[in-house]
Design a protein around this ligand. Structure first.
Ligand SMILES: Cc1cc2nc3c(=O)[nH]c(=O)nc-3n(C[C@H](O)[C@H](O)[C@H](O)COP(=O)(O)O)c2cc1C
Length: 361
């Protein structure tokens, strides 16, 4: 399937007909694109994507071996994570001077082919493109408590505007009753997951305590240093509970006890619960995270209540939404007085990019 952009006239930077390697798909350039895209968030930092570079295209594929069997049996989180990586690849292409719109799920017979970037058009990259790329490199999931400081309405509107896309939009609950219902739904999902030994075992396998095993070098998973340590006997006070990574492993990021936190909550909703819209929700989540970073806000996904299909249906019913909840995030001003939490590692680009060489001649 080809995209509408094929009708664009060739530009001065397009390769002459018959040349095999398009400059937008030069392996060195693509290495930089994937270097940016791999900073995308993913469930337990599984990075469930694989890239394939052909002389005239870049493809994003689902890496099913990295899909979590217990927390993500239907591949929902995989699609969200890959949608985020897809959005970052577009950002990186733009800052490299190329507009390469992805064709999403282009082959119904190959559902793991999530996107195909083809038919690049040259683009005059702007400082906004550079700012987005820098924000992508800076961003990380902030799990520490946010200080008391409300996010102004105009910033919330800017966040809302950047998530709007085909079949996807965001919602920021403000009514106390709605926030309470959401807290109940998330707590319920959290309890169900935590009481499942297989879920806890799987999550624990993806949390690495490099302080304990200093010679253990990980390129995926969540470092214990990125997990807040909640003091015994002092449950964390926050409007919406965070995923409790500490059921299996103790966090290393000691947080102040008894802080009362009221983060801004964002919910990404779609018109259907199809893989296409899950991918779109991942892209919208990434746009939201970049916009948040650009206006000085930190963010963190909260996905217990949307991991499983049964959870998503229950939240949808409880909240009386007609749209389908795909992702939740907490947002707020970062805790400035504390050092930055440890960043989660990423797999080397070479591990996730398969380069198919251009044919000779
Ligand atoms: C689909 C999805 C679900 C996630 N769920 C949670 C969550 O429930 N709680 C949490 O603290 N982080 C969650 N995360 C964040 C990941 O743990 C994080 O992106 C990953 O560890 C990489 O770290 P980074 O975002 O700091 O770069 C989720 C991310 C994605 C994409």
């Amino acid at each position: 399937m080809t995209k509408a952009t094929t009708s664009q006239p060739p530009t001065a930077t397009d390769p002459p007909a018959g040349t095999h390697q398009h400059p937008a798909f030069d392996p060195a350039l693509i290495t930089r694109v994937i270097d940016a895209a791999r900073r995308a968030p993913s469930l337990h930092n599984t990075q469930p994507w694989a890239w394939r570079l052909e002389p005239d295209r870049l493809e994003l594929r689902a890496d099913r071996e990295r899909q979590l069997l217990v927390a993500d049996p239907d591949g929902h989180s995989l699609m969200i994570s890959c949608g985020a990586a897809l959005a970052l690849a577009e950002v990186a292409f733009r800052s490299e001077g190329w507009l390469v719109c992805p064709d999403r799920l282009p082959n119904p017979d190959d559902p793991d082919l999530l996107a195909r970037f083809m038919d690049p058009r040259s683009h005059q990259s702007t400082s906004a493109d550079g700012d987005q790329l820098a924000a992508a490199a800076r961003r990380f999931s902030e799990r520490r408590p946010f200080p008391h400081r409300d996010v102004p309405g105009e910033l919330v509107e800017a966040l809302r505007a950047c998530t709007d896309g085909e079949g996807v939009h965001s919602h920021f609950p403000v009514r106390e009753e709605e926030k309470l219902n959401l807290a109940v739904a998330v707590s319920w999902a959290d309890r169900v997951e935590r009481s499942d030994a297989a879920y806890v075992a799987e999550m624990t396998r993806w949390v690495h305590d490099t302080h304990v095993h200093a010679d253990d070098v990980h390129v995926d998973g969540v470092p214990a240093t990125a997990i807040p340590r909640v003091a015994a006997g002092h449950p964390r006070h926050t409007d919406i509970p965070l995923r409790d990574f500490e059921v299996g492993v103790s966090g290393r990021e000691q947080i102040e006890a008894d802080v009362d936190e009221h983060p801004l909550i964002a919910i990404l909703l779609t018109e259907s619960d199809s893989p296409r819209e899950q991918l779109a929700a991942g892209e919208a989540m990434m746009r939201l995270m970049l916009q948040a970073e650009l206006v000085g806000l930190a963010s963190c996904p909260l996905s217990q209540a949307v991991d499983l299909l049964a959870f998503r249906s229950r939240v949808q019913t409880l909240m009386g939404w007609t749209a389908y909840p795909q992702m939740m995030l907490r947002l707020g001003y970062p805790p400035l007085d504390q050092p930055t939490a440890n960043r989660s590692p990423r797999r080397p680009v070479a591990d996730q990019l398969d380069v198919i060489p251009a044919a000779a001649g």
